[in-house]
Design a binder for this molecule. Structure first.
Ligand code: ZN
Ligand code: ZN
Length: 616
């Protein structure tokens, strides 16, 4: 680096939106580079930060020195540093937090990694006409053949590709499909890759020895030289949203890389997400027409199933399917046996001692379990509050459904599928599979008939996204199913979701859905920022919340709405108390400005405040 620079600008992975100056000792002058990790003192504690720039002097009189560097070469490439700035601006985090979220665990835990990325420069070729493209995936083989063709084209120019899937289980399918491309060098990237292999991948990337990276969410950050194409398979999958700071969405990061590096992006799914649908409508994303002659199964609507009484048509349908040896899939998105436990005498519901959540009964484990923190406790017979013996189990989970079905159809082989790992063979051998939405992670399972146990339950989750989530789920299930989909519901067939599903037509669904969202000022028309405040101390959270709320209200920013937001189910989690605020604006810039002005003032003390932009 330039010898005139005596000060390093360091980004720390803390929720403080500023850079810190450190003096560069003589022995480091020739070593230190932008993108390197350094050891520094902050508040008298050792911290690892990232060098993001240099200057000749600092406003601060007495500077602490950089203690040492951790790397021989920078771990953050110039492109990724630019990307971190975009993440920081959009998701309202600090630059250090943005950088940290981009590095794989293996890299974070290692020192002196032997991978020199300095040859990777921002190669934004202005003449290149990269595009954002969306392709519907109705017939998987055809879609993958299209991906393969695109990958071959990119490789002809000696350029590179990132292929993202939502779940580890889906990596193999992609790998098997592309592995016979002549000369292709494929690497796998996900959270469970052993450290040694990840470091090898890291150094291979620096040497530009990988053509295609296939991985889950975080592989979107892979520092790839000559990146030309990002493919996001199953783009509407909710696994693409990171669940901690900076709460990024993979599709959004792909768009940022498109803007910074000029690579193309292909989004694909059975049904476009509302975000992508709106981008197609506004011509920002190009819709690639596909021809599909897939024959869709028949959809039939029937009455509601009650706890111990099955709708007659559902019963008949299962019976006749069993007789003709058809495979039956039943979707009930509620785990456990009973979904809550309550006292008939004092009406108290038994809650997790650490969370504001009902405990549910898990029949196979004979335990009460918290669905949030997995806390387990023995079954209770006496109410802990009034000491009466009137403890009852309520709600209806998949285990209860299983026991009911066993009574109705004793000859059938029935399996429950939730989060437990089961092999595809286990599932294929069964007559009836009862599943939560997890079934979608088992590619290859194709039922003859799919029964939606309760459409009403799926829709009544209560957040603005539940309509879209249900539509996405049913669309995927419809594609998997051969003969028939039977939907139990109180709704009639003119309901827009059902009409759209019948034709697998996004337009019918989104026309109504998006009009409603526009009226209610919801995404994708409005940007939302969910602020969460948390602490072990209830009073501190409350005080901090009140102050922040009146501050945000008082800012009176044009086009920005602030409201308090009660999520009862999340008011206490893992012994911490939570409060939430929702900030809304039609422009992301206004939203960011409001957060930038307010967060620095309130981020202190024992209350942790995070911002989740575009909460799912
Ligand atoms: Zn009681
Ligand atoms: Zn809990």
């Amino acid at each position: 680096m330039n010898r005139n620079f005596a000060v390093a600008k360091v980004a720390l992975p803390l929720p403080i939106d500023k850079l810190f100056d450190y003096s560069i000792p003589k022995d480091l002058i020739n070593k230190i580079q932008q993108g390197m990790r350094v050891n520094v003192l902050f508040n008298n504690k050792h911290n690892i930060g990232f060098v993001v720039g240099f200057s000749s002097k600092s406003k601060i009189k007495k500077l602490n020195p950089v203690i040492n560097t951790l790397d021989k070469f920078p771990v953050v490439t110039a492109n990724n540093l630019q990307l971190a700035h975009s993440i920081k601006d959009y998701y309202v985090c600090s630059l250090g937090e943005a950088i940290e979220s981009m590095l794989p665990e293996a890299v974070k835990k290692s020192r002196n990694i032997n991978a020199d990325f300095s040859l990777i420069k921002c190669q934004n070729d202005k003449n290149k006409k990269s595009k954002l493209i969306y392709i519907r995936n109705i017939e998987n083989d055809k879609t993958y053949a299209y991906f393969k063709n695109e990958i071959i084209n990119v490789m002809k120019d000696k350029k590179r590709i990132i292929f993202v899937v939502p779940e580890i289980k889906m990596i193999d399918k992609a790998k098997n499909c592309f592995t016979d491309i002549p000369g292709i060098r494929i690497a796998i990237w996900h959270g469970k890759v052993p450290k040694k292999d990840m470091l090898k991948l890291w150094s291979d990337l620096a040497k530009d020895e990988i053509d295609l990276i296939i991985g889950t969410r975080s592989c979107i950050f892979a520092p790839v030289k000559n990146l030309d194409l990002i493919i996001i398979d199953d783009e509407s999958n909710y696994a693409y949203k990171e669940d901690q700071v900076p709460y990024y969405h993979t599709s959004r990061i792909a768009q940022m890389r498109y803007e910074i590096e000029g690579c193309g992006v292909i989004y694909s799914s059975v049904m476009p997400s509302s975000q992508i649908y709106q981008l197609i409508q506004s011509k920002k994303v190009l819709l690639k027409e596909t021809d599909s002659n897939k024959i869709l199964p028949e959809i039939q609507l029937t009455g509601i199933n009650y706890k111990d009484k099955m709708d007659l048509m559902v019963e008949k349908e299962i019976d006749s399917a069993l007789q003709s040896k058809e495979k039956i899939l039943i979707i009930l998105n509620k785990k456990g046996f009973a979904t809550f436990v309550y006292c008939k005498n004092c009406k108290e519901t038994i809650m997790c001692s650490r969370c504001s959540r009902n405990l549910r009964l898990d029949y196979s484990e004979k335990k009460l379990i918290c669905p949030y923190c997995n806390f387990k406790t023995e079954l209770v017979e006496i109410c802990p509050k009034c000491n009466s013996g009137y403890v009852k189990y309520g709600g209806f989970g998949i285990e209860k459904l299983e026991s009911n079905l066993k009574r109705f159809f004793p000859q059938a082989k029935i399996i429950i599928l939730d989060a437990l790992p089961k092999t595809n063979n286990d599932i294929r051998d069964c007559d009836i599979v009862i599943a939560t939405t997890k079934i979608l992670n088992f590619p290859g399972y194709k039922p003859d008939i799919t029964i939606i146990w309760s459409l009403d339950n799926l829709l009544n989750v209560g957040d603005f996204n539940s309509g879209e989530e249900t539509f996405q789920l049913l669309s995927k299930l419809l594609i998997m199913t051969f003969r028939k989909m039977l939907i139990s519901s109180s709704l009639n067939q003119d309901f827009y979701l059902l009409k759209a599903l019948k034709n697998l037509d996004p337009e019918i669904f989104y026309k109504t859905e998006l009009n409603t969202r526009k009226d209610l000022k919801l995404p994708p028309y409005y940007k939302l920022g969910l602020v969460s405040l948390r602490s072990f101390d209830k009073k501190s959270v409350q005080a901090s919340y009140s102050k922040l709320y009146s501050f945000l209200k008082g800012m009176n920013t044009k086009g920005v709405e602030v409201s308090n937001f009660d999520i009862t189910q999340r008011s206490r989690l893992r012994e911490k108390y939570y409060k939430y605020l929702l900030v809304k604006s039609s422009k992301i810039e206004s939203l960011s400005r409001v957060f930038k002005k307010s967060m620095s003032k309130f981020r202190s003390g024992n209350v942790i405040i995070t911002v989740n932009v575009d909460p799912a």
